[in-house]
Design a protein around this ligand. Structure first.
Ligand SMILES: *Cc1c(COP(=O)(O)O)cnc(C)c1O
Length: 381
């Protein structure tokens, strides 16, 4: 599956993207969403590599952006502005202006002060901005607390008990057009129950809105569908059939209503690996450390959220031994895994950290004055 002979000539560490996996994933998402006419906006924050974005755009997806830089990256990759949505709890004026100048599809707004600013900036341009309200549905996604976003203490969204006030306010903001509601309850959800609860919550909310005479053209359920980090090869393509079926079964869409999703991780997670070389195998007093030339500067998820990535030694078929796998960065948190089994490892072996296509390359930093990693693609390496 990995072209290891080619890897030997390349400077490690680097990201390797399997375009066959990405294309198959995209075919699956579009086919499964297409059954119900669902609209898919890829969450650019998961991976904004230009080639990755271009392949996603070619498959017909829209883009979900959370910054002006992401809007620009999406436009540069050829996404139509009519398929771009813009979310985020803190949008700067220049970012809002960039969205307005490009007539993006929708601003997902999170507070009254934000709505006031979008209204004012739109008025200055004699435009009417389409907005959706990001509602905090108060559902605990039971994922890591850094990636739970739908509970009340969270900084994201408008709480349910404030919705009336926001709707009253919107009536006076004449340069805004309310076109929908937006939700996003967390990330890396593998249990489908929170999504079922979300559907039920939105059904109730629509009934309340009927009483106020508010009907909305768009409902956006955000992203959050998880991938299998333990056994990537068994589930290279996430089960989008099951995921969309949940919404089709549990959400009562109004006639003519358009339904949107913003998957990030589930689209790009499994197509990417971080490829790195073993610098040293160091024998501690009671354990062995594999020291890699990649650290949290290239892949921060383990240090940041205790995330697990499957680690494979591509150079060794010997029997396994137990190692801690660490990076070279001068921080104790620079550890990829503790006490894992790897085929017996030595200096120079090539190691793959799997399922690193999402929140990998895009989160790389230059801490310790390191270089940002290169990216290579299976069809052009
Ligand atoms: C992060 C994010 C997403 C994508 O989440 P995934 O877990 O990668 O699918 C979608 N929508 C919003 C608003 C986000 O913040």
């Amino acid at each position: 599956m990995f072209p290891i002979e080619k890897f030997k000539n390349l400077q490690t560490p680097f990201y390797y993207y399997d375009t066959t996996v990405l294309k198959k994933t995209l075919q699956t998402v579009t086919a499964e969403a297409g059954k119900y006419d669902y609209h898919i906006h890829y969450a650019v924050k998961a991976n904004a590599n230009h080639r990755v974005l271009s392949l996603i755009r070619e498959a017909g997806l829209g883009a979900d952006c959370v910054s002006g830089g992401e809007i620009q990256a999406a436009l540069d990759a050829g996404f139509l502005s009519s398929k771009i949505v813009f979310a985020g709890v803190g949008k700067a004026d220049w970012e809002i202006n960039l969205g307005l100048d490009n007539d993006i599809f929708c601003f997902n707004a999170e507070s009254i002060p934000e709505l006031e600013v979008i209204n004012e900036l739109a008025a200055q341009k004699n435009k009417v901005a389409r907005v959706a309200l990001r509602i905090n549905p108060e559902i605990d996604a039971h994922t890591h607390h850094y990636i739970t976003t739908g509970t009340q203490e969270n900084k994201f969204g408008i709480n349910l008990d404030q919705l009336d006030k926001v709707l009253d306010k919107l009536a006076n903001l004449l340069s805004l057009k309310l076109i929908g509601l937006h939700f996003h309850i967390g990330s890396q959800l593998t249990d489908m129950n929170p999504f079922i609860k979300l559907c039920e919550r939105v059904n109730e909310l629509q009934k309340q809105l009927d009483k106020r005479g508010v009907s909305l053209e768009n409902i956006n359920f955000g992203g959050g569908f998880g991938i299998d980090y333990e056994q990537p090869d068994d589930r290279l393509i996430p089960d989008f059939k099951k995921y969309f079926e949940i919404f089709h079964t549990h959400f009562s869409a109004r006639s003519g209503q358009q339904i949107h999703f913003e998957p990030g991780r589930s689209v790009v997670g499994q197509c990417g690996s971080l490829i790195t070389k073993v610098l040293y195998v160091k024998e501690g007093s009671f354990k062995k450390f594999v020291v890699l030339d990649a650290g949290f500067t290239e892949l921060i998820r383990p240090a940041l959220y205790d995330a697990h990535h499957k680690i494979e030694n591509l150079s060794s078929e010997e029997s396994t031994a137990i190692y801690d796998v660490v990076g070279p960065i001068c921080e104790s948190s620079d550890c990829f895994a503790k006490a894992i089994e790897l085929n017996k490892t030595q200096r120079g072996d090539i190691i793959a950290l799997r399922s690193a296509g999402a929140y990998g390359e895009i989160m790389a930093s230059q801490y310790n004055c390191r270089k940002l990693p290169e990216a290579y693609f299976s069809d052009s390496i």
